[in-house]
Design a protein around this ligand. Sequence first.
Ligand code: ADP
Ligand code: MG
Length: 337
Amino acid sequence: MLTVSGVTVSFGRNRALDGVDLAVATGEVVAILGPSGCGKSTLLRAVAGLQPLDSGEVRWDGADLNDLPVHRRDFGLMFQEHALFSHRDVAANVAFGLRMQKMDVAGRSRRVREVLGLVGLAGYQERAIATLSGGEAQRVALARSLAPEPRLLMLDEPLGSLDRPRREELTEELRVLLRRIGVTVLHVTHDHDEAFAVADRVAVMQSGRIARIGTPADIWHDPRHAAVARFLGHANVVAVGEGGAVPWGRLSVPPGPAVLRSDAFGRVDDSPPDAVDYVTGAVTDARFRGDRFELTLCTDPGDFDLLVRDPHPAAVTERLSYVIDPARISGLGTGEV
Ligand code: ADP
Ligand code: MG
């Protein structure tokens, strides 16, 4: 397994990694999720051996990798710009790492056939790179990183350059593929949907640190930090005051920053005045999402915008009341809201 402990990397006065600890079990898929510039690529480069560490260590099965050069780590790396050799055919691209390993011609062609089968491109050996669709090129790049049988596969925003629908389709493909191959994976992305879809566990990075790590459900239900909650797409982050005071009334939760999940709201006919765990407001936006509506509710009083998920239709300007399920409210450490 991979163990990263206390890894720190600075560029001048900019601390790109600030004491990162991370353990990845064999066969596990871990997503590194965070905004641009938070240190995701630097972390992958540090693990790969492409980036010297200021301090800390990277170990595999307990053995320190510090003196092991990049090509002897048996790690595969695939970057966003998958940079296939456009003047060579698919087979030559996939065989690249195998040639570096000095594998003989017969061994190479056997492995290329095998790995192309694995990514669903059987028979593509002689295709020119220029004739491939975006998704096929993607899979050729993946086959190229898998061919030398890396013990760890690192993917740096592998779907980053694709448009939204292609991304969703390929995220699903990638999820199935990584499971089938059973390889250990570090998958870097800035997209929480992608991280949730592919990973067994997600590590949320902020400013060179891992702020939160856990299964997708764990971190979604209990993000613990306001910044993590926002990054995951939770819209309702609110400061709860003494006695549960919030801008529109009172909640039956302890004081401090908290996130109200958008599914915490149950529509009711009327809300009694001064009731706890109730909200009334005017719908200022309503979006149809197929199986539900997503409403922006401007609270009365308080003028606080809440994102509410509601199975029933609602129209802009309509006034609605909801009970709020305190079990779907999570406290968020002591961080700022
Ligand atoms: P991410 O991949 O999450 O977008 P990076 O790891 O690329 O973030 O960068 C983290 C920080 O380190 C950023 O502030 C970036 O500008 C800086 N950085 C990364 N690589 C270098 C480098 N080679 N030289 C100087 N600064 C760098
Ligand atoms: Mg990056």
